[in-house]
Design a protein around this ligand. Sequence first.
Ligand code: NFK
Ligand code: ZN
Ligand code: ZN
Length: 205
Amino acid sequence: MPYIDITKTLKEKMDVWPGDSPYTYQSTMSISKGDTVNVGKIEMSSHTGTHLDAPYHYDQKGMTIDEIPLEGVCGECLVVDARDHPIIKEDDILRLDLKGIKKILFKTTADIHGHKYEDYPVFSEKAATVLGEKGVQLIGTDAPSVDPLTSKTLPAHHAFRKGDVLILEGLALHHVDPGTYELIALPLKIQQGDGSPVRAVLKEM
Ligand SMILES: N[C@@H](CC(=O)c1ccccc1NC=O)C(=O)O
Ligand SMILES: [Zn+2]
Ligand SMILES: [Zn+2]
């Protein structure tokens, strides 16, 4: 099977960031009611489920989601097992052979424990800085954020921003073995968007 789906399903009553817009899908036209077609209306936050942050999400001057280059979200990526790390620290990064690695996905315990928002693995500011310094251009996590729920300063987001590292969040990685794959995770082309849901897939290399 060449493609591995690493996207969370968007469904009614799914967990969202506390206080954020709930996900809803409503039928607006229905064949069973005599319409020619079935049509639905989706309402959701740009940060629901598996999504890409635009730098604009945490930096007023940052790139918006419609400006993200396609090569920034497609290409060779490394999936690493970070399941025994409640905080991904600088040492965890320094132990990795990142030669030539531009995209790296971190498989943590977040996905196994469901999309929980109270405690999920995060990145230390130093780990985020080192990833940028090593030339990584995109990181992905199965957690809903790279900073703690209660953070008001978002140190990891801003450290990734300084290193021009894009952030994919809410991945489904529980079924993915560590290794090298081709990643495709295209955001919607939302004008002035701060982020977007993506359909993220991995292809065996
Ligand atoms: N996935 C988001 C979570 C987040 O920061 C957020 C999402 C919706 C509404 C507010 C948020 N953050 C801070 O208030 C992120 O970490 O980029
Ligand atoms: Zn986000
Ligand atoms: Zn984020």
